[in-house]
Design a protein around this ligand. Structure first.
Ligand code: HEM
Length: 95
């Protein structure tokens, strides 16, 4: 899906912006969280199916789980599950 030259920068930027947006969505909702719905809509132009957003967020969660090791808990897992459902509903990803 990505262009062959320069796509690493786009990918790195996407990850950084996504983490900021998720943290803002889970916290203060001061503004960054709005990027998720914007990008879901704008990525239609890249041909990015909306379900890949769900997959992307799940990979971020799974990576954190792997990094946290023993510190990962049932409560954290449940909080992530609830958060991802809420983000999907808010950003129209399930649509
Ligand atoms: C909240 C999640 C995401 C955010 C905030 C985000 C953000 C961005 C941004 C800022 C760009 C560069 C746009 C531009 O400068 O024109 C971009 C490009 C792109 N994104 Fe995302 N993105 C997200 C999720 C995804 C997902 C899940 C996929 C597919 C697996 C994806 C695929 C792409 C592609 C293919 C491009 C074009 C890159 C290129 O030109 O090579 N994005 N994204």
């Amino acid at each position: 899906m990505f262009r062959t030259q320069g796509s690493e920068l786009a990918m790195a930027s996407m990850l950084a912006l996504t983490i900021e947006a998720i943290l803002d969505f889970a916290g203060q909702r001061s503004g960054h969280f709005r990027l998720i719905a914007c990008e879901v809509a704008s990525h239609d132009a890249y041909g990015t199916p909306r379900h890949l957003f769900t997959a992307f967020f799940a990979i971020i969660r799974d990576t954190l789980r792997d990094l946290l090791g023993d510190e990962w808990s049932v409560e954290i897992a449940q909080a992530w599950d609830a958060l991802l459902v809420e983000i999907e509903a808010f950003a129209g990803i399930a649509a």
